[in-house]
Structures are given as structure tokens and as C-alpha cells.
Design a protein around this ligand. Sequence first.
Ligand SMILES: Nc1nc2c(c(=O)[nH]1)N=C([C@H](O)[C@H](O)COP(=O)(O)OP(=O)(O)OP(=O)(O)O)CN2
Ligand SMILES: [Zn+2]
Length: 121
Amino acid sequence: MWELTKSFRFEAAHALSGTTLGSGSEEIHGHSFRAEVTVRGTQDPKTGMVVDLGLLERSMAEVQKTLDHKFLNKIEAIGLPTLENLSRFIWERLQHAGTLARVSVHRDSCNESCTYFGPQD
Ligand SMILES: Nc1nc2c(c(=O)[nH]1)N=C([C@H](O)[C@H](O)COP(=O)(O)OP(=O)(O)OP(=O)(O)O)CN2
Ligand SMILES: [Zn+2]
């Protein structure tokens, strides 16, 4: 069993009310985010790969395009633009790219990150 991890970065704006951190959160402001995507699986004996990282990169580039330099509050499928909802949103858009193990979203300027392990049922 292997895990493969690849990251992408995006810059985005949001406004979030009702938090106890960051007095400016309610006004529109920006952050630099890094999303880390981990897929799990076994090697294809023919290719030696769990999943072709190039294919994963292609799918990640599409998600990156939907988030980079965007106002996250306007993307309905995210919901409230928390780290929790962002990691879930990215998971949902990359489900087809491989067997996801987790998606983490890092906001380093705030020393924060959040990891989604998929729906629990
Ligand atoms: N469970 C969660 N709690 C909180 C979240 C979250 O996503 N999930 N988010 C926030 C704030 O948005 C976050 O702490 C950042 O605060 P913000 O005012 O946006 O940023 P700063 O001004 O502190 O950071 P700089 O990047 O340094 O400007 C709170 N709770
Ligand atoms: Zn913020």
C-alpha cells in the first residue's frame, strides 16, 4: 500500500463572520492557501505507479482554477468559506482522480490547517 501526495497553491478572498479569531474576518480580505491531496493504493505492476502524478496534476489544475484569485463566498458549492468546507469542496472535485485518503488545506500565515478524510457514514 502506498500514499502519494501532491500540493497546489491558491490565493483567494473571503469574508467570514462570527469567528473569535481575526477581528478583520468579517471584511473581505485575502489569504494564501496550500491544498495537499493524498491518494492511496497499490502499484500497477506495468507502470510501477499508484496513480500517474501527471493525471493528478491535471485534475488539481482544474480545481485550482476554480479557486485561485476568486471570492470564495461567491462559490455556492463551498458554503461558508471555512477551511473545513474548502477541504471538502476540493475532495468532491478530485474524487474521480484516484482513491483519496485525505485533503488538507493549509493557511500558513495564520498557522492553521484542516484535513478532510471524506464522508463518514
Ligand atoms: N473551525 C474553524 N474556525 C475558524 C476558521 C475556520 O476556517 N475554521 N477560520 C477562522 C478565520 O478565518 C481564520 O482564523 C483567519 O482569520 P483572518 O481574520 O481571516 O486572518 P488574519 O487576519 O488573522 O490572518 P492574516 O493572514 O495574517 O491576515 C477563524 N475560525
Ligand atoms: Zn480570513
